[in-house]
Design a protein around this ligand. Structure first.
Ligand code: MN
Length: 204
């Protein structure tokens, strides 16, 4: 079945003032839709046309050579954005502002403290040259911070993405222009730590 853009699980302006509604509208309705449209076209007629997006990204090498790059970029874009929307929550949501429980313990023991984790994650996002993502992943043995170029996802490296921030300019340029560090600083305010904790519980 062809991929579809999932509905945004909150209003476009629900992340204001940290992530502006105009950015969310074009990001979800235009950018994500383009990845879906292009992924479906690139997968059409292949053995992976009906596969789950995770399986597509884990099995890119089984595709015809001329489909691998467009599928990697566009199915990757579909998967990354589908996850990204669920890792954010409205500012009106009273959910916890910081992780606790087992996730917090793992972050503290892996990175030294929650603040040190945030610094490492932010550095991964700021340091990604050009377009890409910064991630908190479970690599099978524990937590790690990584970054990927373009629309690559850590799942292709056998890692489980637990949290990711989109550092393509389209994710922040309307409000933050060239100030990617400011965008990441603001983005922490809308991270849904319950969603991250759920992913951690499933992966750990
Ligand atoms: Mn994006």
């Amino acid at each position: 079945m062809p991929f579809e853009v999932p509905p945004l699980p909150y209003d476009y302006d629900a992340l204001e003032p940290h992530i502006d509604g105009a950015t969310m509208r074009v990001h979800h309705d235009k950018h994500h839709q383009a990845y879906v449209t292009n992924a479906n076209a690139a997968l059409e007629g292949t053995d992976l046309a009906d596969a789950a997006v995770e399986d597509v990204l884990r099995n890119l090498g089984s595709l015809p050579a001329d489909r691998q790059t467009p599928v990697r970029n566009n199915a990757g874009g579909h998967y990354n954005h589908s996850l990204f929307w669920t890792w954010m929550k409205p500012v009106s949501d009273p959910a916890r502002p910081e992780p606790d429980g087992a996730l917090r313990q793992a972050l503290d023991s892996t990175f030294g403290s929650f603040d040190e984790f945030k610094a490492k994650f932010k550095a991964a996002g700021v340091g990604r040259f050009g377009s890409g993502w910064a991630w908190l992943v479970h690599d099978g043995s524990g937590l790690a911070v990584v970054s990927t170029a373009n629309q690559d996802n850590p799942i292709a490296d056998g890692q489980t993405p637990l949290l990711g921030v989109d550092v393509w300019e389209h994710a922040y340029y309307l409000k933050y222009q060239n100030r990617r560090p400011d965008y990441i600083d603001a983005w922490w305010n809308v991270v849904d730590w319950d969603a991250v904790a759920s992913g951690f519980a499933a992966a750990a």
